[in-house]
Design a protein around this ligand. Structure first.
Ligand code: ATP
Length: 249
């Protein structure tokens, strides 16, 4: 589903992402871990077509993001770490707006909106202004909007931040079902080792803009020399050296 080659992002003289390769398969929940400032959000923004890479290439579902951006965006949903909602719309108006962006028919949009509002326990709030929603309700609406077009790829930055335990569990279930039953793909960043261990089929660890490990939890444990090791321990030893802004590529 995702094929990235020598993907690079420079901000002026600083290189945030240094020529990384990614291969993410259909039907996978893929976790992207890394310390603060490692380059996770920058990578996710490039994969979602929100910012242009300084170098390298991205293919999504076999399409080149640089030459076929609309085809890619039609099959992709992106949830940024700080999603933006139009607060003066009601939940259902917002979903209708998103459905319009993805060119869903009115009937399909209405049917999917109803199902998703129900799934995310927002049906009673469908006609309420978003500005009156709690933080967690806004988060759940963001997920409903992202799933509305039934994306083949969902790119999501920190999916469980701000959700209560029940909301977090629901999201994990939804992701597993999307990927393992419907062959969609979820590419997520997280600081939660528990989310990564429990949810992700494979994981990459990025540190100072470079990928320092990729594999299943088992493969990462084997590389670290013990199946007893928790992901937290493996992560900490992979990312021991502090980030620096003074080491250009
Ligand atoms: P966190 O876990 O803290 O969210 P992250 O892994 O998502 O971190 P990024 O947000 O991708 O990290 O940032 C990677 C590096 O790129 C950081 O050093 C950051 O300061 C820098 N950076 C990100 N965006 C810009 C920008 N627009 N201009 C300049 N530097 C930037």
């Amino acid at each position: 589903m995702i094929e990235a080659r020598t993907l690079t992002k420079r901000y002026g003289p600083f290189t945030a992402v240094r020529g990384i390769d990614l291969d993410v398969f259909d039907g996978e929940v893929y976790g992207f871990l890394g310390p603060n400032g490692a380059g996770k959000t920058t990578t996710l923004q490039m994969l979602a077509g929100m910012i242009r890479p300084s170098g390298g290439s991205i293919r999504i579902g076999g399409h080149d993001l640089a030459t076929d951006p609309l085809v890619v965006k039609r099959i992709t949903s992106f949830i940024p770490d700080r999603p933006y909602l139009y607060e003066r719309l009601t939940a259902v108006e917002f979903l209708r707006f998103v459905g319009g962006l993805y060119r869903l028919s009115g009937a399909e949009c209405a049917m999917r909106a109803e199902q998703l509002l129900d799934l995310f326990e927002l049906s009673d709030w469908a006609g309420s202004l978003i500005e009156n929603f709690s933080h967690g309700m806004k988060q759940r609406l963001v997920f409903a909007a992202a799933l509305l077009p039934a994306p083949r790829l969902l790119v999501v930055d920190e999916p469980t931040v701000g959700l209560d335990p029940k909301g977090a569990r629901l999201i994990k279930q939804v992701f597993k079902e999307m990927c393992h039953q419907q062959q969609a793909t979820v590419f997520l960043s997280t600081h939660s080792m528990e989310v990564a261990e429990e949810l992700c089929d494979r994981i990459s660890v990025i540190h100072r803009g470079e990928i320092v490990a990729t594999g299943t939890l088992r493969q990462l444990q084997d590389a670290a020399g013990s199946r007893e090791k928790r992901l937290e321990e493996i992560f900490l030893s992979l990312t021991e050296q502090p980030a620096t802004r003074s080491s250009p590529v």
